[in-house]
Design a protein around this ligand. Structure first.
Ligand SMILES: Cc1cc2nc3c(=O)[nH]c(=O)nc-3n(C[C@H](O)[C@H](O)[C@H](O)COP(=O)(O)OP(=O)(O)OC[C@H]3O[C@@H](n4cnc5c(N)ncnc54)[C@H](O)[C@@H]3O)c2cc1C
Length: 246
C-alpha cells in the first residue's frame, strides 16, 4: 500500500494486483503493528504508516503507540478498518485495484521484467509496466523471474515457526483479569516453562502428539470495549480453525 500511494502521489499511474479480496496483507490479521517507536520511546516510523494509524485512530478504531519491553512498541489497529481505509486511499489517490488474482508467470527479456501474468477465478490477466513493485511479502514475482534467493536459516534452511493466535469466548473478562492480577505466578510471560508444559500436557491428553512452544505475551486490560469484540471475534475464528486442524 505505501509504495502504491507514494507512486501515485508522484504522478505514476498505479495498479495494485492482490490475491485476496481486500488489501492490507498481514496488517489485516489482527496483529499489533510493531516498532513504530524505538527502545527509548522515540518515534522512528512515520510517513504513510503513520497516516494509516492516524486515520484509523480518527475513527476510534486504533489505540496509538504504546511502549513494549519486547518489541519497543505495539500499535493496536482494528484490522477491518485497515481494509476500509486502504480502499479509501485507492479511491482518493486514483489507484486501480484488481483483486483475487495471484502472480503465476513472468516474462523477462534481457534481464528486465516485462510482464507479470496473474491467475484467479477462471481469469488470466497479463500486466505490463515500466516499474513493478513486488510487495508479495515473500518475493514471489522476483522468484518467478528467476532471481537468486535465500530461504531459512543459513546453516540448516530451517524457517521461523509461525505464530498461532486463538482466543476463548464466553469468558468473564473482569473475573479473569482480577484472577490473573492476583496470581501473577500463573501467567506465562514469553513462554514460561511451567505454562508451556501445562498446555502441552492438555494437548497430549486430547491426542495431539507434536511438540510446539506456547507463549502468552500478557493480558492487557486497557483495550477499549469497542475494540475488544472485533479482536475476540477475529481470534476466535482462528481458534476454531486451529481446533479443526487438530
Ligand atoms: C505469523 C506472523 C506473525 C507476525 N507478527 C507480527 C506482529 O505481531 N506485528 C508486526 O508488526 N509484524 C508481524 N509479523 C511480520 C509482518 O506480518 C510482516 O513484516 C509484514 O506483513 C510484511 O508486510 P508486506 O507488505 O511486505 O507483506 P504482507 O503483509 O505479507 O502482504 C503481502 C500481500 O501480497 C499478497 N500476495 C502475496 N503473494 C501474492 C501473489 N503471488 N500474487 C498476488 N498477491 C500476493 C498477499 O495476499 C498480501 O496482501 C508477523 C509475520 C508472521 C508471518
Amino acid at each position: 500500500m505505501p509504495a502504491a500511494i507514494a507512486a501515485a502521489r508522484m504522478g505514476a499511474k498505479v495498479l495494485i494486483v492482490e490475491r485476496n479480496g481486500y488489501l492490507g496483507g498481514n496488517a489485516t490479521m489482527g496483529l499489533p503493528w510493531l516498532g513504530h517507536l524505538d527502545r527509548n520511546g522515540r518515534q522512528v516510523i512515520g510517513g504513510i504508516a503513520q497516516e494509516f494509524n492516524d486515520k484509523i485512530k480518527a475513527e476510534g478504531q486504533a489505540l496509538g503507540h504504546s511502549r513494549c519491553g519486547l518489541h519497543n512498541s505495539v500499535s493496536i489497529c482494528h484490522p477491518d478498518w485497515f481494509k476500509i481505509i486502504a480502499f479509501e486511499y485507492c479511491r482518493n489517490e486514483n489507484i486501480d485495484v484488481l483483486l483475487h488474482l495471484e502472480s503465476m508467470e513472468t516474462n523477462v527479456e534481457n534481464g528486465v521484467l516485462q510482464t507479470v501474468t496473474f491467475y484467479g477465478k477462471g481469469n488470466k490477466v497479463t500486466v505490463g509496466a515500466t516499474v513493478f513493485v513486488d510487495a508479495t511479502g515473500d518475493g514471489d514475482v522476483a522468484y518467478l523471474s528467476g532471481c537468486r534467493y535465500e530461504k531459512g536459516h543459513h546453516n540448516d534452511g530451517k524457517l521461523q515457526p509461525p505464530s498461532m493466535l486463538m482466543s476463548l469466548i464466553g469468558v468473564d473478562e473482569e473475573r479473569l483479569l482480577d484472577y490473573l492480577e492476583a496470581h501473577p505466578e500463573q501467567i506465562a510471560f514469553n513462554g514460561s516453562e511451567t505454562a508451556c508444559e501445562e498446555v502441552m500436557k492438555a494437548f497430549r491428553e486430547i491426542g495431539y502428539q507434536q511438540d510446539f512452544t506456547f507463549e502468552v505475551q500478557g493480558f492487557v486490560r486497557p483495550y477499549p470495549q469497542e475494540l475488544q469484540q472485533p479482536l475476540i471475534d477475529f481470534t476466535s475464528a482462528l481458534g476454531h480453525w486451529m481446533l479443526e486442524e487438530l
